[in-house]
Design a protein around this ligand. Structure first.
Ligand SMILES: C[S@@+](CC[C@H](N)C(=O)[O-])C[C@H]1O[C@@H](n2cnc3c(N)ncnc32)[C@H](O)[C@@H]1O
Length: 340
């Protein structure tokens, strides 16, 4: 997506130079400031559907993953499940419902979220602004890292990658050349050829955020699930975009819409991590989207209809070109990879 780039500073409304900010700061204020997009009462589900909202099968698959982690940990007395960037706690609620009673009885459930705790949330769920230390179990971050604000770089007519500044109305202008750790990150993870107009999102804050979340796991597994790209196929113009009420919009950092950019998950990976598609991960967790046998339609029509609906939902969660292409970054800590 592109939008107007003003580089002259001479337009009628450019004397408010204090309004220009890097995309990272502008997005941080627009999403998480006092009246930011994610503070709104309707929550993320009011504006877009994640896998969590698409089907309860997703929470069931995550519950199955938690059971695998439980086995790898030799069934500890206290098993932690951390829903990182929990929205309104929909995933952790679904996971608690789906767990076998014996495992649920040993599970401590946490929702980590910047927004306020919803009133009607299951009282067994602890609501925290950051992950608890010493997690023994599973930390699961669905669509968190794409909302960790990042700077944007764009190649200027001379072939130099410059930081992009933005105003509250979404107008952009180029600033100083990218330097220091941000330049190093681009060189390592997203080299920009000297072709004017090429853009990249500088994923450094996401790498740091993910490393810090993983550091809160003492033993177990951390999983980040997101729209992702890897070094062999970076999008030439980046993926910065907005979402409002179910529709993609221009990314305007005024608090009126979500602002998101796909995640360079390969850059986030720490040693020992594995990156796979959601399709492969859900298949490994037993969710295939296979249709029920036709014979069931005559022996138990109601069961057939239920199974058919489930197959449709599983197909959506694993669809090529859709949710199935999401990346799952598996980061085992002190246990073997439970999906191998
Ligand atoms: C796209 S929503 C995903 C919600 C939920 N995980 C799901 O899949 O439906 C992103 C959420 O991340 C939260 N968030 C962003 N940064 C966070 C942070 N550092 N700590 C906790 N929550 C965060 C936002 O408030 C928002 O609710």
């Amino acid at each position: 997506m592109t939008h107007e780039v003003s580089d002259s500073g001479s337009s009628a409304d450019s004397d408010d130079s204090g309004d220009w900010r890097g995309w990272r700061e502008a997005t941080g204020a627009a999403l998480y400031g006092p009246s930011g997009f994610y503070r709104r009462p309707e929550g993320p589900a009011g504006h877009f559907r994640t896998s969590v909202h698409a089907s309860p099968l997703f929470a069931r698959a995550v519950a199955r993953l938690l059971c695998h982690v439980d086995e790898a940990l030799d069934r500890p007395e206290r098993l932690d499940f951390v829903d990182m960037a929990a929205g309104r706690g929909e995933l952790v609620t679904g996971v608690l419902t789906a767990l076998p009673a014996e495992v649920a009885a040993r599970t401590r459930a946490y929702a980590v979220e910047l927004a306020d705790r919803p009133e009607a949330l299951d009282p067994r769920i602890e609501w925290l602004p950051e992950p608890p230390p010493g997690i023994t179990g599973l930390l699961f971050a669905n669509e968190w890292l794409d909302n960790v604000p990042v700077e944007v770089a764009e190649v200027d007519p001379a072939g130099v990658a410059r930081l992009v500044l933005v105003r509250r109305d979404g107008t952009e202008r180029p600033a100083e050349p990218v330097a220091g750790a941000e330049a190093d990150w681009l060189t390592r993870w997203w080299p920009l050829p000297a072709e004017p107009g090429l853009r990249a999102e500088i994923g450094l804050p996401r790498d740091t955020a993910w490393a810090s979340a993983v550091a809160s796991v003492a033993r177990g597994l951390a999983v980040a699930v997101d729209y992702a790209h890897t070094a062999d196929a970076r999008p030439p113009f980046g993926t910065l975009t907005g979402f409002r009420e179910g529709r993609e919009t221009a990314p305007v950092p005024d608090g009126s819409c979500d602002i998101t950019a796909h995640v360079a998950l390969d850059a986030c990976a720490l040693p020992g991590a594995r990156l796979l598609t959601q399709r492969a991960a859900l298949h490994a967790l037993g969710l295939t989207g296979a249709r029920p046998p036709l014979a069931l339609a005559s022996t138990d029509p109601a069961a057939y209809v239920r199974a058919l609906a489930g197959a449709g939902e599983a197909a959506e969660l694993t669809a090529p070109g859709g949710l199935g292409d999401f990346g799952w970054l598996l980061q085992p800590v002190g246990i073997p990879d439970p999906l191998l």
